[in-house]
Design a protein around this ligand. Structure first.
Ligand SMILES: Cc1cc2nc3c(=O)[nH]c(=O)nc-3n(C[C@H](O)[C@H](O)[C@H](O)COP(=O)(O)OP(=O)(O)OC[C@H]3O[C@@H](n4cnc5c(N)ncnc54)[C@H](O)[C@@H]3O)c2cc1C
Length: 510
C-alpha cells in the first residue's frame, strides 16, 4: 500500500520474488515523497563520516532513538543512495562531484538535493521508472484501501473501496503498509491531502502495536497567506542564511537558542508559537527574511519554492515572507522491528507510517526519505523470505460496514477534529488541553461517518489517529523532542526514557 519512496523501493525488491501490486489512493505521483524539497541525508561527502551522521541522528532524537535502527539507517544509506544513482536519479552536482548542503542539527554538509529543491520528485521519478520496467510489478491508482483482512490472526489481504462505495478484497501473501504520514489530523499541515494516517488507523484496528504517537514534528516555516496551502519553506532556506523576524521585524531566535535560526525544529516552532502569542496584530504573523541574500542564488537554488511563492504574490528575493508553523512529520506509527515486521503475521510497514524508533522523539531533517529507502528495502527482503510460508486464503467479498445513526457531513466532522487537534494537541500541550481533546474526541464517536465512501473512511481514520496521538501525549508526563507540555516542561528519564505503545486499555511504556 503506497507509491511513495518506501512503497516503490520495497516493490522493486519484492519483484524479484513474485507478483507485486502497488496501490495508491490518488495519482501515483501524489505523495509526501513528491513534495520533499530539502533533500536526503547521507554520509557520502569527503568531509563526512557515518559515525557523525549516527551521532547527529541520536542527538536530534532526544534520548529516544533506537540506536540499532539508527545504525542500520546510516550504514545502509550510502549503498541505497548509490543504487538510486545507478537507477538514474540526477542529484545536483558541481562538475562531476555531488553537492551537499547542511540543515539544522547536522554537523556536516550531507544533504543531497535534486533540481535545487525538487529532491523527492526526482527520486520518485527514478524509482517509478525502475519499478515500471519490472514485469512483476503492477500499479493501481485511485484505489483506496479501507481495511486489513485477517484470518486466524494473520493479515491475508486488504479491502478496497471503490469510488462508488462498493467494497472488494484482494488477497496476498504479505501486505506492506507504506501509506505515509498523518498531517491532515491537524488544521495546518505541510502534507499533501493523502496524508490521513490510513495505514496507522487500519493497522491499529487490526490489532497492530502503535508506538510513539505523541511525537509529531511541527515544521516552523510554512507559508501563511490567505487562500494558499501551507506550503513548506524548507529548512535549507535558513541553512543558506534566511532569518526569522517577528511582526515588528526584529530578529528573535537568539533569545531562544544559541544556534539561532538553525536550532532544532521543535525549538524554532515553539519560539514562533510564542512570538505569535505575544504579537499584538489581529492576524499574528512571523516573517522569513531572505532579502539580504543574492537574488540569483535564491532563484537558482530554490526554483520550486521561489515560483510557488510568486504564485501567491510573495517574491522571496524582495518580500518579508509571512509564515507560521504546521504539522509536518509523524515520528510514531506502526511499531516494527528492524526488518519492517509488525506484531501481526503477514503485516509489514515502512516509511512514515512505520515506527522503527529511528527518529526517537524528533526526526533529524532529511532522514525520512532515507528511512523510506533503507527500511522499504529491508521490509521487502523479509516479506520475500516469510511470504513463502504463507497460504493464500480465498476471501469472501465483504459487506460494507454501515453506521445508520451517524451524521453525514464528513467534511465538517473532519475539520472539527483538525481544529481541536491544532488547538489542544498541537505544538504546546498540557493535561487540561489533552483531557479536553480526548473527551471531545470520545464524544464525537457517535458522529463517526458510516464507512460508505472513501472520504468517510478518511474521517474515521483521522478520528482514530487523533485519539491515539492525544492519549499518548497525555500519558507522557514530560517534555521531550517534539512533545512539549507546559505542566511537565522537563525530561523525566526515570519513567519516560521509553517508547509508548497505545492500545484500547491505555498507554504503556517499554
Ligand atoms: C512538503 C514536505 C517536504 C518534505 N521534505 C523532506 C525532505 O526534504 N527530506 C526528507 O527526508 N523528508 C522530507 N519530508 C518528509 C518525507 O517526504 C516523507 O516522510 C516521506 O516522503 C514519506 O514517504 P512514504 O513512502 O512513507 O509515504 P508517502 O510518500 O507519503 O506515500 C504514501 C503513499 O500511500 C498511499 N496511500 C495512503 N493511504 C492510502 C490508502 N488508504 N489506500 C491506498 N493508498 C494509500 C498514497 O496514495 C501514497 O502513494 C517532507 C514532507 C513534506 C510534506
Amino acid at each position: 500500500m503506497g507509491a511513495g519512496i518506501a512503497g516503490l523501493r520495497a516493490a522493486i525488491a519484492l519483484a524479484e520474488a513474485g507478483k507485486v501490486l502497488v496501490l495508491a489512493k490518488q495519482e501515483l505521483t501524489e505523495s509526501a515523497t513528491q513534495y520533499a524539497q530539502g533533500g536526503i541525508a547521507v554520509a557520502l561527502s569527503d568531509e563526512d563520516e557515518i559515525s557523525l551522521h549516527l551521532q547527529d541522528t541520536i542527538n536530534a532524537g532526544d534520548g529516544l532513538v533506537n540506536v540499532e535502527a539508527a545504525h542500520v539507517l546510516v550504514e545502509e544509506g550510502p549503498e541505497r543512495i548509490q543504487e538510486l544513482i545507478d537507477w538514474g536519479t540526477q542529484f545536483d552536482r558541481k562538475g562531476t562531484k555531488l553537492t551537499f548542503t547542511r540543515e539544522a542539527a547536522h554537523s556536516r554538509d550531507r544533504i543531497l538535493h535534486a533540481h535545487g529543491d525538487s529532491t523527492g520528485r526526482e527520486i520518485g521519478r527514478a524509482l517509478y521508472a525502475k519499478a515500471s520496467s519490472l514485469k512483476n510489478i503492477s500499479f493501481s491508482e485511485f484505489e483506496f484501501t479501507a481495511k486489513l483482512c485477517l484470518d486466524s490472526g494473520r493479515v491475508t489481504g486488504v479491502e478496497l473501496i471503490s469510488s462508488g462505495g462498493e467494497i472488494h478484497t484482494v488477497s496476498s501473501g504479505a501486505v506492506l503498509l507504506a501509506t505515509g504520514g498523518a498531517g491532515h489530523v491537524y488544521s495546518n499541515t505541510t502534507n499533501p491531502a493523502v496524508a490521513t494516517a490510513d495505514g496507522v488507523a487500519m493497522a491499529y484496528r487490526a490489532g497492530a502495536e502503535i508506538s510513539d504517537m505523541e511525537f509529531v514534528q511541527f515544521h516552523p516555516t510554512a507559508l501563511y497567506v490567505k487562500g494558499a496551502p501551507r506550503f513548506l519553506l524548507s529548512e535549507a532556506l535558513r541553512g543558506e542564511g534566511a532569518v526569522l523576524r517577528n511582526s515588528e521585524l526584529h530578529r528573535f531566535m537568539a533569545k531562544y537558542h544559541e544556534a539561532g535560526e538553525l536550532a532544532p525544529r521543535d525549538v524554532v516552532a515553539r519560539a514562533i508559537a510564542h512570538e505569535l502569542e505575544v504579537c499584538r496584530l489581529k492576524e499574528p504573523v512571523v516573517y522569513l527574511d531572505l532579502t539580504h541574500l543574492k537574488a540569483n542564488h535564491i532563484r537558482e537554488r530554490f526554483p520550486r519554492i521561489y515560483e510557488t511563492c510568486l504564485k501567491y504574490n510573495v517574491d522571496l528575493t524582495v518580500d518579508q515572507v509571512p509564515i507560521r508553523p504546521a504539522a509536518h512529520y509523524l515520528m510514531g506509527g506502526i511499531r516494527t522491528d528492524l526488518n519492517g515486521r509488525s506484531n501481526l503475521h503477514g503485516l509489514y510497514a515502512a516509511g512514515e507510517a512505520a515506527c522503527t524508533g529511528v527518529h526517537g522523539a524528533n526526526r533529524l531533517a532529511s532522514n525520512s526519505l532515507l528511512e523510506g529507502l533503507v527500511f522499504g528495502a529491508r521490509a521487502a527482503g523479509t516479506m520475500v523470505k516469510e511470504a513463502k510460508h504463507a497460504h493464500h486464503a480465498s476471501m469472501p467479498d465483504a459487506e460494507p460496514v454501515r453506521n445508520p445513526g451517524a451524521k453525514n457531513d464528513v467534511q465538517a466532522f473532519i475539520e472539527g477534529i483538525q481544529q481541536l487537534m491544532w488547538n489542544k494537541v498541537g505544538i504546546v500541550r498540557s493535561r487540561q488541553s489533552l483531557t479536553e481533546a480526548i473527551q471531545q474526541l470520545q464524544a464525537s464517536e457517535e458522529e463517526l461517518p458510516p464507512q460508505t465512501s472513501r472520504r468517510n473512511c478518511e474521517g474515521r481514520n483521522i478520528h482514530t489517529t487523533a485519539l491515539l496521538i492525544a492519549r499518548s501525549a497525555l500519558a507522557r508526563q514530560e517534555s521531550r523532542g517534539a512533545h512539549y507540555r507546559t505542566d511537565y516542561p522537563e525530561h523525566e528519564d526515570s519513567r519516560f526514557k521509553k517508547h509508548s505503545i497505545v492500545g484500547e486499555k491505555g498507554v504503556r511504556f517499554v
